[in-house]
Write a protein that binds this ligand. Sequence first.
Ligand code: HEM
Length: 203
Amino acid sequence: MSTIARPPAAVMPRWLLYTTALFAVAVALFSYRYLAPGMQAPPMIQANAYRAPWLFIHAAGAASALLIGAFQFSTRLRARRLAAHRWLGRAYVAGCMVGGVAGLVLAIGASTGSVSTAGFGLLALAWIGTTGLAWRRVLQGRLAEHRSWMVRSFALTLSAVTLRLYLPLAFVLPFPFAASYGAIAFLCWVPNLVLAEAWLRRS
Ligand code: HEM
């Protein structure tokens, strides 16, 4: 009997998976500081026209999505605790939607100019869109597509991590801060999405 040869499924190296999860958890927990009463944001964020109450709402929703998302790709959790995966999934979607809407409002109020408004604004729309599609697909029972849209959604959630990795560049590069920050508003998510897409095509 002949067997059909299948290409090996693309598996993410464990070290990369764990490092990403570690960064995600660290950035999420650190971001919860904005929920503490009287927490002062850095001057650039203070200058955001819609800081209150949207920064609080954004930090609560987006940081929760980042924290939960770090565990949702565990095959072990899905296999052993499917009910937990489903409840955490609902919380992840809620976090993305709340964090995304608030992120969109903050993008409009950004004090660093129209390029950062465009970068963060498009990110918010893409985040809401990919997460909404992932949610719809699971309700329709289209699990393979649900997984693909969740990979795209979490690649965008990880923009919170990549942004903080690139941010020091804005202080050292010989360009005006607003220009570097505007570039980072795109750089923090477009390559993430391209990499996620390439990985999905391989697997
Ligand atoms: C993925 C979609 C996201 C969008 C569109 C977005 C958008 C924004 C915007 C526009 C600001 C204000 C920047 C300014 O005024 O210059 C901001 C700040 C902030 N965001 Fe997000 N964000 C997203 C994801 C996340 C995630 C996943 C987290 C989770 C940790 C997060 C945590 C924060 C925090 C803590 C701040 C306050 C500034 C700081 O301390 O760095 N964001 N975000």
